[in-house]
Design a binder for this molecule. Structure first.
Ligand code: ATP
Length: 322
């Protein structure tokens, strides 16, 4: 659905985007995460055609977004992180005004507007003045507006900002529903926790570059297998070592007292298999643990500017699959 290569944007002499790559597959619910100033809004504005990059390519649903802005407009729905002022405009008028901008007029505009307002939970607010709506309702209205022309890719900049916990949950449900109907969605946030639970895929950006990208499941699994399994042996250390040295999924072993730390390239199911094999080999196992993979901790490490070595170690890890 979206393919970005080597995107660069320079403001004065400041490199807001510094060779960003991004891949979003059809039907993804993609979380674009990075600290403040990482380049998220700049990227979203370029994807939606509001800003031109200095270098790079953007392909949306098979079209060259930088060369075909008119076609791009049909494909993208953009919900920015601000909301304009709309004095004396009712919700239904607001929707019909934007519908007319997309060439949808009359009864068709009214019907489409009504359906979308109902879908986002504003079906009973059609006669309310826009400026009198709560922030959460304005956010929903903006979403409904962005869907008027039936885009294939929805972009939302910091959609959870300013929402109370309950409204945030309701809003997530609306997004999940839209995604389950086939809409590809890109959400940006500076909080990973906001997105990890909701999204199918994430991209972690910092200083205008993509540091890590992939499915939430795949990344979590990789992080998990990067942690050592710690096996505490009560008796028969020799049998344990003999088995581990020959095991095809064991990459490295170190021993401290009666604890064996094993770099084990297997899944959770294979971990339980290893435990069963040790017991079968006559090893008396007192403890068997692997610290769970934590996406949040990796995000904090990757985006910690003071710790340059963390980024370097990520680049090393990229080779070995993290
Ligand atoms: P936030 O989460 O704070 O919105 P962001 O990840 O969306 O941050 P951007 O808004 O894309 O980041 O900004 C990236 C960098 O570019 C920031 O350092 C910002 O100050 C700078 N920047 C953005 N727009 C401009 C501009 N028009 N002129 C100069 N610098 C800009």
């Amino acid at each position: 659905m979206l393919r970005i290569r080597n995107l660069r944007k320079i403001y004065g002499n400041y490199h807001a985007l510094d060779g960003l790559d991004m891949d979003i597959h059809d039907g993804a619910l993609y979380g674009f995460v990075g600290p403040n100033g990482a380049g998220k809004t700049t990227t979203l504005k370029i994807i939606s055609g509001l800003l031109l990059p200095d270098e790079g390519s953007v392909e949306v649903d098979g079209i060259d977004a930088l060369r075909e802005p008119a076609l791009l407009k049909e494909k993208i729905g953009y919900v920015p992180d601000y909301f304009g002022v709309y004095d004396n405009l009712k919700v239904s008028e607001y929707m019909e005004f934007f519908a007319s901008c997309y060439g949808i007029e009359g009864l068709k505009a009214r019907k489409r507007s009504q359906t979308l307002l109902e879908q986002v939970g504003l079906g009973d607010k059609q006669d309310f003045f826009v400026d009198g709506l709560s922030w959460g309702m304005k956010q929903r209205l903006c979403l409904a507006r962005a869907l008027l022309h039936e885009p294939v890719l929805l972009l939302m900049d910091e959609p959870s900002a300013g929402l109370d916990p309950r409204t945030r949950l309701e809003f997530r449900e609306t997004l999940r529903e839209l995604n389950s109907q086939g809409m590809t969605i890109l959400l940006s946030s500076h909080l990973l926790a906001d997105l990890a639970e909701l999204c199918t895929d994430v991209g972690i950006v910092d200083a205008g570059r993509m540091l890590l990208e992939g499915s939430v499941e795949g990344i979590t699994e990789k992080i998990h297998t990067s942690k050592p399994v710690i096996i505490s042996v009560y008796k028969n250390m020799e049998a344990a070592m003999a088995l581990l040295k020959e095991h095809p999924l064991v990459r490295a072993i170190s021993v401290k007292n009666r604890d064996i730390m094993v770099q084990f390239a297997g899944s959770e199911r294979q971990e339980s298999g290893l435990l069963a094999e040790l017991i079968q080999a006559g090893v008396q196992v007192r403890g068997f643990v692997r610290e769970p993979g934590n996406l949040e901790a990796v995000f904090m490490q990757l985006t910690n500017h003071e710790e340059e070595r963390v980024v370097l170690s990520y680049e090393y890890d990229r080779e070995s699959g993290l």
